[in-house]
Design a protein around this ligand. Sequence first.
Ligand code: RB5
Length: 150
Amino acid sequence: MKIAIGSDHAAYKAKAEIKQFLESLDHEIIDEGTYSEDSCDYPDYAAKVSRSVQNGVAEKAILICGTGLGMSIAANRFEGIRAALCYKKELAILSRLHNDANILCLGARTQSVASMKYIISAWLETEWEGHRHAARLDKIESNPRGQHAD
Ligand code: RB5
């Protein structure tokens, strides 16, 4: 699978390890940066990775910052992006089954790399259930800026 990955400085080292892990599983990785531990702004990388998913260059993506919070907030501003911050395997599975999450957000200062790998594996292996969840996702997609009352 083509997977985009991005981080800020806080998660630069974790990103390198996760990238290697995903390549060992034969995924094709699009590394959108950051490329050093120099201080940078997570919204820039959330934007690059979100655009890779929006334009179909990547099927799914992973964003890592210190907590995963900033990345998830920033990525969810992009139409068609369903970014889920998952610190447990159960959340990762449900974010796929119910929410069809297309970006997984993780926190390098709140999770170990071993835990990230465990969560990522579950996330990548789980398919969206569809059915009753489709109408709910349609409501989100048809109101991307929250401007409609219903
Ligand atoms: C950077 O210091 C930190 O704020 C960032 O990595 C992230 O945790 C933001 O949500």
